[in-house]
Design a protein. Structure first.
Length: 356
């Protein structure tokens, strides 16, 4: 099975990608709206088809990317019926299964943090995705969105602690850099409800947390009750329209060599190799502007801001760094030539100079 744990630093949210290696079918748990391009790029690079986006609950600290992923990739949305959300393709009940290829996730109702919290358990019970019900050495809060400390205590003990001790637990959030735990660990060491902690101990603890409400709660909860659909179907930010670009998992817009050769609009091709490479065996693209990477920060003013820029180097690494430098300098319409001059030459595109 393919498994990736992804992180959104703004909300400290974990997103999980699971894929059937043979069928290439995948699910994404708790996607974040601002990270949709990143997730879509990873799914494409791994050769997967996203079938479902799943929510562990209606989040209060970020807006889900479920609706936008459905628009972009054709995936379907599923979350608990008890969440009260509208716009999902499937409303889940305890005991349901969400399949992806030959694998599936079993749904366990684990209310308490919110009324609509669920935990997703992998078919072989080797992994469980607990949302905010059970965190690493902690739990989700219970003071808003129909939270109920007693219900949360029962959810953990009856639905999560009954899994094998070796089952790995993956939370929806962590604020200390912790990534994973296990049933056995949490049963022994969770200070809120592990060991001999009783129901009264736990409810007393939760009633006295006195936490501030999440900063984005007034925006996030209404949006997530629409499965992340923006008001008036407005996208957060449009993709670049000046060329057919692709977004890499590294966070960089790229243009493929064929697309660059066919581009007929105003353009600046920025070659960031050294001068001996520019005149060397690989040659260079006709009309390219040579500014070696080490000089780019000081010479960025030589580039026009009213024309897109394609950065080029030998294999695409230095030019990716050039993209970052240009972004810091305020340039917007910029892209990296995928594969650099090595791929440009390998695909037979025209060059100035170079060797046969």
């Amino acid at each position: 099975m393919i498994f990736r744990q992804l992180f959104d630093p703004q909300s400290s949210t974990y997103t999980y990608l699971l894929g059937d290696e043979h069928a290439r079918a995948a699910v994404l748990i708790d996607p974040v709206f601002e990270q949709v391009r990143r997730e879509a790029a990873l799914i494409a690079e791994l050769g997967l088809k996203l079938q479902w986006t799943l929510e562990t609950h209606v989040h209060a600290d970020h807006v889900t990317g479920a609706w936008l992923l459905r628009r972009r990739l054709g995936s379907r949305i599923a979350l608990a019926r008890a969440s009260g959300a509208a716009g999902a393709d499937r409303l889940l009940e305890a005991g349901d299964r969400v399949t992806f290829g030959d694998r599936f996730l079993a749904v366990r109702a684990t209310p308490g943090h919110t009324a609509g919290c669920v935990t997703y358990v992998l078919d072989d019970e080797s992994m469980a995705f607990t949302g905010d019900c059970l965190l690493v050495r902690g739990t989700g809060r219970t003071d808003f969105q129909q939270g109920d400390a007693a219900a949360l205590y029962r959810s953990v003990h009856e639905q999560i602690f009954t899994l094998p001790d070796t089952c790995l637990l993956y939370p929806a959030h962590d604020y200390r850099g912790l990534t994973v735990s296990s049933v056995g660990e949490e049963k022994r060491f969770n200070p809120r409800l592990g060991g001999a902690v009783g129901l009264g101990d736990f409810t007393g603890h939760m009633q006295n947390l006195k936490l501030a409400h999440p900063k984005k709660i007034d925006v996030a909860v209404p949006a997530n009750l629409r499965c992340g659909r923006p008001e008036n179907d407005r996208f957060a930010a449009a993709d670049p329209g000046w060329a057919p670009l692709t977004y890499s998992f590294a966070g960089i817009w790229e243009i493929q060599p064929q697309a660059l050769e066919e581009y007929d609009g105003p353009l600046q091709i920025l070659d960031v190799r050294e001068s001996d490479e520019f005149q060397g065996p690989l040659g260079h693209i006709d009309g390219a502007i040579l500014i070696p990477l080490g000089e780019l920060a000081a010479r960025a003013g030589e580039l026009r801001r009213d024309r897109p820029i394609v950065a080029v180097c030998r294999a695409g690494s230095r030019s990716a760094q050039a993209i970052n430098l240009l972004q810091q300098a305020g340039f917007t319409d910029i892209a990296n030539l995928a594969g650099g001059m090595l791929r440009w030459r390998a695909e037979g595109h025209e060059v100035v100079g170079g060797s046969a």
